[in-house]
Design a protein around this ligand. Structure first.
Ligand code: HSE
Length: 408
């Protein structure tokens, strides 16, 4: 018998318990050995559940029980998850987690401990919910030099943006719906301000390029600034607005990574990734672009990935898996200084002055939509360095101005 423990019984944890306990036969068949959940660590009361006898509030009981070989950490957050995961690894237990915040912050350190103890530390569920991405990237694309990863990595923001685009729903109503559906984080600021997508691109970049990319090194913008007007203008420019996370390897071996809302052309496959779905495009030198697509959030899709990791650990109790990356050195992650195109929305109470300055600075031929009644000009700049565009914009006669990056 292989005993496991689950740390946390929230949205994902309850899904993991459901699969491990209710569908135990399915899991057992895959492992080809008896496997059971011995403990569920949780402070809240779940005495009404059929498996109430498994609940404990005492982590020490789990970490000191030598029969427990695999621990699933699905609590989220850094504390106390970091301490619990570290202690379980040090005690010689394999650990699986859906906790992107933990892996993005401490991945290199925890992978090192796992290697020293000859156990596994797997985290497929930490990126893309139910989408198999980490294992395929590390294993199936192993023959490639991966030089770029681009993705829609947050289900909540993609759901909100999609509701704004398709149903003209306002931001707050769409966010409430995402919370109801169990997509959003406990504190949805992490979704809306891009931190969740940032953690996920850090994990992808670390695995793809072999050294730890930390969230503090990744320039991150969220979607709280995006209005129904922006979404409507984007549509008129044949684009959708998506929260895009990117990481690329430069010829000198350094890494650029960022997270930002971007106008994505309708001819780009990422513009059609709707609702809670995520998509990740991995570019390998041998394969070219490979796309991974599926539900990026929610109880059962995420639990599916956690249980798959438990099964993998159970099948490799005495062997290490291929997941690994090293600590990075200072200056490994640098700013992306490449040229790009921007969407600009300029507003003025004096439309004539705005229009005249626009024609002088950017020229009539710049792709634009003018709304004289509202005193607005929306336009897409030519490809240029961000600093140059900002310099040029200073000459526009506007009252307010907004810039959104593009993937054009
Ligand atoms: N809040 C996250 C999202 C959950 O919306 O994508 C999955 O990581």
């Amino acid at each position: 018998m292989i005993y496991t423990a689950i740390l946390g019984h929230g949205t994902v944890g309850s899904g993991v318990a459901e699969i491990m306990i209710k569908h135990n036969d399915r899991v057992k068949d895959k492992v080809r050995e008896d496997i059971a959940v011995k403990y569920i660590l949780e402070l809240r009361d779940f005495s009404n559940l059929t498996y109430a006898d498994k609940f404990t509030k005492d982590f020490e009981k789990i970490v000191n029980d030598r029969e427990v070989r695999i621990v699933a950490e699905v609590m989220g957050g850094i504390n106390p998850a970091y301490d619990f995961v570290k202690r379980c690894l040090e005690a010689g237990k394999s650990v699986v987690t859906s906790n992107k915040e933990l892996v993005a912050a401490k991945g290199a350190e925890l992978l090192k401990i796992a290697a020293e103890k000859n156990v596994n530390f797997l985290f497929e569920a930490s990126v893309g919910g139910g989408i198999p991405i980490l294992r395929p990237m590390a294993q199936c694309l192993a023959a490639n030099d991966i030089n770029r990863v681009t993705g829609i990595l947050n289900g909540t923001t993609n759901y909100i943006l999609n509701k704004m685009i398709v149903d003209s729903m306002d931001f707050d109503t769409a966010l409430s719906l995402a919370k109801e559906k169990g997509f959003a984080e406990k504190d949805p600021t992490a979704d809306i301000e891009g931190h969740d997508a940032c953690r996920k691109i850090c994990i992808l970049a670390s695995l793809a390029f072999g050294k730890h990319v930390y969230p503090s090194e990744v320039k991150t913008e969220g979607i709280s600034n995006i209005t129904l007007d922006d979404v409507a203008y984007a549509g008129k420019f044949n684009c959708a607005i998506k929260l895009i996370a990117r990481a690329k390897k430069l010829p000198n071996g350094k890494i650029c990574a960022d997270v930002a809302p971007r106008l994505v052309g309708h001819d780009n496959i990422l513009s059609n990734v709707d609702g809670v779905f995520n998509a990740i495009v991995v570019r390998g030198d041998a394969t070219g672009d490979v796309m991974f697509y599926g539900k990026g959030a929610g109880k059962m899709p995420t639990a599916s990935a956690v249980v798959a990791d438990i099964i993998d650990c159970a099948k490799h109790l005495n062997a290490r898996k291929y997941f690994d990356w090293q600590e990075s050195e200072e200056g490994y992650v640098v700013e992306d200084n490449s040229k790009q195109r921007f969407y600009v929305l300029a507003k003025s109470s004096d439309f004539e002055a705005l229009d005249e300055s626009f024609n002088t600075v950017f020229g009539e031929s710049t792709v634009n939509i003018k709304n004289c009644d509202l005193g607005e000009i929306a336009f897409i700049t030519d490809e240029d360095y961000e600093q140059n565009i900002k310099e040029k914009l200073k000459a526009l006669k506007y009252d307010s101005i907004k810039l959104i990056k593009t993937l054009l």
